[in-house]
Design a protein around this ligand. Structure first.
Ligand SMILES: [Fe+2]
Ligand SMILES: [Fe+2]
Length: 175
């Protein structure tokens, strides 16, 4: 049985993941408006991935005999000073998400809720990637400067393709 605390925390996490998607979609719009189509494409994929994260927990709650109660999503900041600032904000956002996942894990451990701990294990590993990606992009922007060579990075980031997160791919696979 899911405790009320863990259920509420997982529900709030669904909202946060969908909120991440909303933030990254806004960032994609700003990047594309600066003619950085590759950066924008990368961010659009990130937005897609965040919806998938939300859906993993949305489905998990239903599988456990509970349901997500969706909360309000804050309006994301629409205007940025530079691509560097976008990725710095994205990194700070993901650090907050990691903290949030860790807090739910704490509650699940206190509850001896092993099923939630197993599900959260995937998110804990995913957060390593979620922080590593913007960290690497920030380093590359700093290395290249924000002149002409930014277009090289734009080209590279434009190559990203969407990969369905395995826990969701398993849930949506044809029987
Ligand atoms: Fe996420
Ligand atoms: Fe990811």
């Amino acid at each position: 049985m899911l405790s009320k605390t863990v259920c509420q925390a997982l529900s709030d996490q669904v909202t946060k993941e969908i909120g991440s998607s909303y933030l990254y979609l806004q960032m994609a719009a700003w990047l594309e408006a600066q003619a950085l189509k590759g950066f924008a494409a990368w961010m659009r994929i990130q937005a897609q991935e965040e919806v998938a994260h939300g859906m993993i927990l949305f489905n998990f709650l239903l599988d456990r005999g509970a349901m997500a109660e969706l909360g309000a999503i804050p309006k994301p900041e629409a205007v940025y000073a530079s691509p560097l600032q976008v990725f710095e904000r994205a990194l700070a956002h993901e650090q907050g998400i990691t903290e949030s996942i860790n807090t739910i894990m704490d509650a699940a451990i206190k509850d001896r809720d092993f099923a939630t701990q197993r599900r959260l294990d995937w998110f804990i590993s995913e957060q390593v990637e979620e922080e590593a990606n913007p960290t690497e992009i920030i380093a590359k922007i700093k290395l290249l400067g924000d002149g002409q060579s930014l277009f090289l990075l734009d080209k590279e980031l434009g190559l990203r393709t969407f990969v369905m997160p395995p826990p969701l791919a398993a849930a949506t696979a044809a029987p």
